[in-house]
Design a protein around this ligand. Structure first.
Ligand SMILES: Cc1ncc(COP(=O)(O)O)c(C=O)c1O
Length: 411
């Protein structure tokens, strides 16, 4: 492989160009309500027509690079990681104990544990086990939703900006993205999103709270929205950050599943439960859709360790409450410090916050890295904003100190 090919991760020049144009990061900006897809634009710029297979491969490669490129570097000791919306306190004590104890169980397949956790989750949400599907992270849940409901000729409707996985997998599946900008106050524009759904819309994605803005859709807004979406479109409500919400008008959308069999809720054990590295998420949805999506999963997709840790976490509500209180407290404290400085930020209901840097955020992201503080990646549609995960109180004190140093407030 030539040096140039190595730089392009083994892809040919044409594939690389397609990946750049249609890659996960670019997908956030390049496909608009009316526009041609980013992959088409990139292929056009190259003066070649990329084949479907080349586009699929390139979109796939861009997705795989998304985490590895951001996290591949070895971290210097003491690095503060407030870039991936992880829980800095990690799993609860009961979950850690379950992980410690699970070594001997590792030699056995997980059928029973999988069944038991599914039953527990169903009970917790007031549904039947047939309404619950486990995933290798909620990413797998989002992936199989796309696999079942999208393909060439179909489209996905989503906010801009939002969490990109559903859009990234849609691109792999040759589906079109229809992006609906957030409102002026950075919330989902649900009336416009509903209006954008047509008979070709396989999936409409609502991230609630929204990553990266931390804003929420209220229960009332969701009810109005669901009544307008065509019944043939799957409504994916991603509640990865559910546990951090304080806004009284917000509620989980699980209650709507009975009335709207075309909707599902995605949840994860990666955030409040602190099990991001163990990979477990789940969907709650109608029996019919869960059956269709389960057919696309890897068989036995949840490992023995995470099944034990997840079950133990659910029995550790006190510890979860304490973690939540600490993170919400630090979030409030951070808002106070930003206010003192007169900095603009988007009030957040999640464990991260968007801060307006008053100019391109990218150089600041790099400066933070030099100071051993990793903050979130840029979001194309909001170039001046920097996404910061809520870390421990100590980490956030260090963050604010460094923010004042590298981006002093103008008098
Ligand atoms: C909104 C949202 N959904 C889903 C995920 C994926 O989480 P996981 O696959 O770890 O469950 C993330 C990860 O950050 C996210 O922000």
């Amino acid at each position: 492989m030539s040096e140039r090919e190595k730089m392009r991760g083994g892809m040919t020049r044409r594939e690389f160009s397609v990946a750049l144009g249609g890659g996960l990061a670019a997908a956030g900006t390049a496909t608009s309500l009316a526009g041609a897809s980013a992959t088409e634009a990139a292929a056009g710029a190259e003066g070649v027509a990329a084949t479907h297979e080349e586009r699929r491969r390139a979109a796939r490669a861009a997705l795989q690079n998304y985490h590895s490129s951001a996290g591949a570097k070895e971290l210097a000791p003491g690095t503060i990681r407030i870039n991936f919306n992880e829980n800095p306190y990690g799993p609860t004590p009961k979950a850690v104990a379950a992980l410690d104890a699970c070594g001997s169980a590792a030699g056995r397949y997980t059928d029973h544990a999988e069944h038991e956790l599914t039953e527990t989750l169903a009970g917790m949400h007031g549904v039947k086990a047939e309404n619950v599907m486990l995933g290798c992270g909620s990413i797998e849940v989002l992936h199989v939703a796309d696999l079942v409901f999208l393909g060439p000729g179909k489209n996905v409707v989503a906010a801009e900006p939002t969490f990109e996985a559903v859009l990234g997998y849609a691109q792999v599946l040759q589906a079109n993205a229809v992006k609906v900008p957030l409102t002026a106050d950075y919330r989902h524009d649900l009336p416009r999103m509903a209006a954008a759904c047509t008979s070709k819309t396989g999936v409409v994605y609502v991230c609630n709270p929204n990553n990266p803005t931390g804003t929420v859709v209220t229960r009332k807004e969701m009810a109005e929205f669901l009544a307008q979406v065509p019944p043939g479109t799957l409504v994916v409500v991603d509640e990865a950050y559910h546990h951090f919400v304080e806004e009284p008008g917000y509620a989980t959308s699980v209650e709507f599943i009975g009335a709207y069999p075309n909707m599902m809720v995605a949840r994860t054990f990666s955030k409040i439960y602190g099990l991001a590295g163990m990979r477990l998420g789940y969907a709650v949805g109608s029996k019919e859709n869960i059956e269709r999506m389960k057919a696309e999963l890897l068989i036995a997709n949840a490992n023995a360790g995470v099944l034990a840790a997840a079950a133990a976490s659910l029995k550790d509500q006190e510890a979860l409450g304490a973690t939540r209180a600490k993170l919400v407290g630090t979030r409030t404290w951070l808002c106070g410090e930003l206010k003192k400085d007169g900095r603009a930020y988007i009030p957040s209901q999640a464990n991260f916050m968007m801060i307006d840097m008053g100019g391109d955020a990218k150089p600041y992201i790099a400066k933070f890295e030099e100071k051993k503080i990793l903050v979130g990646r840029p979001f194309g549609a909001m170039p001046n904003y920097m996404r910061v995960t809520i870390g421990t109180q100590e980490e956030m004190v260090a963050f604010v100190r460094t923010l004042r140093e590298i981006a002093p407030v103008k008098a």
